[in-house]
Design a protein around this ligand. Structure first.
Ligand SMILES: CC(C)(COP(=O)(O)OP(=O)(O)OC[C@H]1O[C@@H](n2cnc3c(N)ncnc32)[C@H](O)[C@@H]1OP(=O)(O)O)[C@@H](O)C(=O)NCCC(=O)NCCS
Length: 194
């Protein structure tokens, strides 16, 4: 998969699958994230070995990863993770990170839309996102896309600084997500004008 998308500021970005040989570029992208955005991620993305192991999971067929590039540089990373457990077979978990200079330009929504297309192909029925309570931007975008907060587990996870944080689990079914994505596309001047 390879496609160009236009951001709110007119920049054209390339969205494609992540490959194993993107490791160095991915490390550069992660290393440039502000501590505030990196702090609440579930793994230490500055650790090359851990990031490499995570990329290799693509080969298992249960993880799909997308990146957005501008001028050849990775500016966003997205993942869809399918559950190997029978009782959660209908679920897919998604994650998105956008580089600070490219945030609030619609790229997070574009990445979720592409992950949605993947989820459809994989016959996912329900999309799940998990985040820590301070990730307010993420909660905002997922709420806008129809996700509902299903569960808040107090002090359930630790951030990268070792501080306990509440975990928030949000879900949406694919039909509702598509309705919100469509709405967000038809409401948006920048997308209408493309
Ligand atoms: C969450 C994140 C991916 C959103 O990416 P983005 O490219 O800024 O998202 P979009 O531009 O598509 O924004 C979608 C909506 O959310 C809103 N939004 C985005 N960030 C926000 C913030 N920090 N506070 C409030 N609203 C925010 C936007 O204003 C937009 O609404 P609009 O269409 O009415 O303007 C990005 O902030 C990020 O990478 N955060 C750090 C990592 C993270 O928390 N990831 C989520 C883990 S699953």
């Amino acid at each position: 998969m390879k496609k160009n998308e236009t951001l709110k500021d007119g920049k054209i970005v390339l969205i494609r699958e992540l490959h194993e040989n993107d490791l160095e570029d991915l490390m550069k992208f992660y290393s440039e994230l502000p501590t505030e955005d990196r702090k609440y991620l579930r793994i230490d993305v500055t650790n090359k070995k851990i990031v490499h192991q995570r990329i290799k999971l693509i080969k298992t067929g249960s993880v799909f990863r997308l990146v957005a590039l501008y001028s050849g540089e990775i500016i966003a990373d997205g993942a869809l993770e399918l559950s190997g457990e029978d009782w959660r077979k209908h679920q897919g978990e998604i994650r998105v990170i956008v580089a600070r200079p490219y945030q609030k330009k619609g790229l997070g929504t574009i990445m979720v839309r592409e992950l949605y297309f993947l989820a459809i192909k994989k016959k996912v029925e329900q999309v799940v996102v998990k985040m820590m309570r301070p990730q307010v931007g993420a909660q905002q975008i997922f709420r806008k896309l129809g996700f509902r907060e299903e569960l808040l587990i107090p002090d359930y996870v630790k951030d990268q600084e070792g501080k306990k944080q509440d975990l928030i689990i949000m879900t949406v079914n694919l039909k509702e997500l598509w309705e919100e994505l469509e709405q967000s596309y038809s409401d948006s001047d920048w997308r209408r004008c493309r």
